[in-house]
Design a protein around this ligand. Structure first.
Ligand code: ADP
Ligand code: MG
Length: 696
């Protein structure tokens, strides 16, 4: 950051009252510069803005009073605790204030002092205030200067940097810090008005020394906007680079394949499918490259949508590739797509790691010749040896299973193919916008007609016998079942132990007459595939699994899922797991086993109530907060969003996204003088990330 805007890069040690030794302690809290300090905002606010007359203080209330110290003293208790007490008087009367265990206050507080204090009123030989906080407003004889209330702030502190140090350092430096913040303002006043946010220095002042709690919220809102805006700015640059920096392919629609598919499908597209397909076709028809995320619950019909998109590419004389995270999923796609394309006389190619040498050679040759054909595969598709001659469209299924790099790899082909990524993990729109601001968003929010919801029950562990009887009955009738265990701790080893121990117990003691398989995270990909294959082929009746069960695998004969320790899962995850059953015509059941506990049960009740993945994800967001969605590594000191709260800042997020995209559209590299400051601020916040995405 240049000196030109502010001196907030000044090392913390040079601030008043810090010095080299204390600077180290600040450093261990992640506060290295003046800016770090300025953004180290309080975590708690104690509202002492409304002053009560002492006569009105009643036991059980939380009050703020202002008065003169009439007398003081320290009283011992039988347990040896010493209590400092004062009698405080205002116009309405007198009250005792007591600080158990703080006899040293006797040296700070004098008779005649004017004090403001806030805390609960207790009963101990009469009414007593036990102050949480107090401030000295003036000594004996000094004017009482207005007696207005205040808000006490508490900072995130540590043993080395205690609360009182933080307060003192802020008291001595805040004015200077705020004056520097003025230099970093990048939003002109008119724009702030439209957005309904305050200026940067005012926002920071509101957070550090608010006059009211409303002011705190105003301050938070401004910093939330900044956070969202700069994040969107990086994404807008990535988006620009991906979609607009160079033209893509404008696909020409002939209906040569699309119409016959419409005619041969045994069903009509849902309204949601038709709408989403229009969004995709509009992108594909335009010379602008498509970079779109299609979100839809398991079973909402994404594959069919992807297929129609692939046909448009084929009609235009291009190849279309669909990439799945596992071989099994790739094979399932080939089978399904093959069936649907059969009436059209179109062949689907398969490319996976385990393909035989001659099949592989044939597929590679076809792709290299540039024949317009669909191909389905795994990571094998992005290997260097695969030479697409005319790749026009890339579809990535279950995109969250791929890294960002893998997701982008296929799109980096010379032909600049359009990219459609699909996800069966519904997340609230606000989250999708925050996480995937570089992508355009299509949402399949409607299920094909006729799907029976999975009956969902919440049971206690003591109901286990009954649960096993039910499982056994289903298996007796030729059905298959899952029993799922969570990651008990964040350790793969423990995870493995609990699932394998249960596998032993279930296969030897409970269901010795059934075929019981085990699937867990420590198996290699081929081993996982082979267990899933056995289950699919009905060579197993029961599958004991951790959460690694494939998303999207159809075992239509599986009708029961038991999820142990259900309270440890997020609702969205439970919903995902539940989606493994109910994929055939038969009635299916999901049994959530959970210890008694009201909160957990209340949460689980959401799953009984609805099978709408988006609604469930929204509930998850509200109950568990956004941290979970950003992944565990994002927690702690540097969460992606410290100020923005996606469950209530969706309006800000929209504004941030529009503004970021506009700015990048006008000035892609943000190099015009008008973007000078923004560019610097962006670099300071997200420099590393920008280089990772190639926009730095
Ligand atoms: P997803 O990939 O989103 O999990 P699929 O595309 O696999 O969902 O579709 C799930 C099932 O629903 C498939 O058997 C598919 O043939 C069927 N299906 C898809 N769209 C419709 C529709 N509009 N009407 C009836 N069935 C549909
Ligand atoms: Mg699918």
């Amino acid at each position: 950051m240049g000196q030109e805007f502010s001196q907030l890069d000044t090392p913390i040690q040079f601030l008043k009252g810090v010095g080299p030794r204390r600077a180290q302690a600040f450093g261990s809290m992640g506060i290295l510069t003046a800016r770090d300090l300025l953004y180290h905002v309080p975590r708690r606010y104690d509202d002492a803005s409304e002053i009560h007359p002492v006569a009105a203080a009643e036991v059980g209330m939380d009050v703020t009073v202002v008065g003169r110290v009439r007398s003081k003293g320290t009283v011992p208790t039988r347990s040896g605790l010493r209590i400092f007490q004062v009698v405080l008087q205002d116009d309405s009367g007198m009250i005792t204030c007591a600080w158990p265990g703080q006899p040293w206050l006797d040296r700070r507080i004098r008779k005649g002092d004017l004090l403001l204090m806030t805390g609960p009123v207790k009963f101990y030989h009469g009414r007593q205030i036990h102050p949480r906080e107090f401030i000295l407003l003036g000594r004996e004889g000094e004017e009482d200067g207005g007696r207005h209330g205040t808000i006490f702030v508490s900072y995130p502190a540590s043993e080395e940097v205690p609360q009182w140090i933080l307060r003192r350092v802020f008291a001595r430096n805040l004015d200077w810090l705020l004056s520097q913040a003025r230099g970093e303002e990048y939003l002109p006043e008119e724009e702030r008005k439209v957005l309904g946010v305050s200026s940067l220095d005012r926002a920071l002042a509101s957070l550090h020394r608010p006059a009211s709690l409303e002011e705190v919220e105003e301050g938070r809102r401004r910093l939330a906007f900044d956070e969202l805006f700069f994040l969107q700015l990086v994404q807008a640059q990535v988006r620009y680079l991906q979609t607009e920096a160079q033209p893509g392919i404008p696909f020409l629609r002939t209906n040569r394949l699309i119409r016959p598919l419409y005619q041969s499908l045994p069903f009509q597209l849902t309204e949601a499918q038709a709408r989403v397909l229009q969004e995709i076709y509009a992108d594909m028809a335009s010379p602008r490259r498509m970079n779109r995320l299609l979100q839809g619950d398991v079973g909402s019909g994404k594959t069919v949508v992807a297929l129609f998109a692939m046909l448009l590419a084929l009609e235009g004389g291009y190849q279309a590739a669909l990439m799945a995270p596992t071989e099994l999923l790739a094979e399932q796609h080939v089978r399904r797509i093959g069936e649907m394309l059969d009436p059209l006389g179109v062949q689907v190619l398969l490319l996976t790691g385990s393909l035989g040498a001659s099949d592989r050679r044939r597929t590679l040759a076809t792709l290299a010749e540039g024949e317009a054909c669909p191909v389905v595969g795994t990571h094998a598709l992005i290997q260097d040896s695969v030479d697409f001659q005319r790749l026009g469209l890339v579809v990535v299924d279950e995109q969250h299973r791929f890294g960002v790099r893998q997701r982008m790899a296929l799109g980096e082909k010379e032909s600049r193919p359009d990219v459609l990524v699909m996800s069966a993990t519904p997340i609230p729109r606000s989250l999708a916008m925050a996480l995937y601001g570089d992508l355009d968003l299509s949402i399949l929010d409607q299920m094909p007609p006729g799907r029976k919801p999975v009956e969902t029950l919440v049971k206690y562990p003591r109901n286990r016998k009954e649960i096993y009887r039910f499982l056994d009955r289903e298996m007796e009738n030729g059905r298959q079942a899952y029993v799922v265990y969570p990651l008990v701790e964040d350790s793969e080893k423990v995870d493995l132990r609990s699932a394998s121990e249960e596998h032993r117990r279930l296969s030897e003691e409970v269901f010795p007459h059934r075929r019981v398989g085990l699937l867990h995270g420590q198996l290699r990909a081929e081993e996982k595939d082979s267990v899933m294959r056995a289950f699919l082929a009905r060579e197993l009746d029961l599958l004991v699994a951790t959460t690694v069960i494939e998303v999207g695998i159809d075992v239509s004969n599986a009708t029961v899922m038991v999820i142990e320790h259900a309270e440890r899962f997020g609702l969205s995850q439970l919903h995902q797991l539940r989606g493994r059953v109910g994929r055939g015509g038969a009635k299916s059941t999901c049994i959530l086993v959970s210890e008694p506990g009201e909160l957990a049960r209340e949460r689980l009740a959401v799953l009984k109530r609805t099978s709408d993945g988006f609604e469930i994800a929204q509930a998850d967001l509200e109950i568990r907060g956004q941290g979970d969605f950003f992944g565990p590594q994002q927690h702690g000191r540097d969460p992606i969003l410290r100020f923005a709260d996606l469950s209530r800042d969706e309006d800000l997020l929209r504004q941030a996204q529009t503004r970021a995209r506009d700015r990048v559209a006008r000035d892609p590299a943000l190099e015009s003088p008008e973007n000078h400051k923004v560019r610097h601020l962006l670099e300071a916040r997200h420099g590393e990330k920008m280089r990772l995405f190639g926009v730095g």
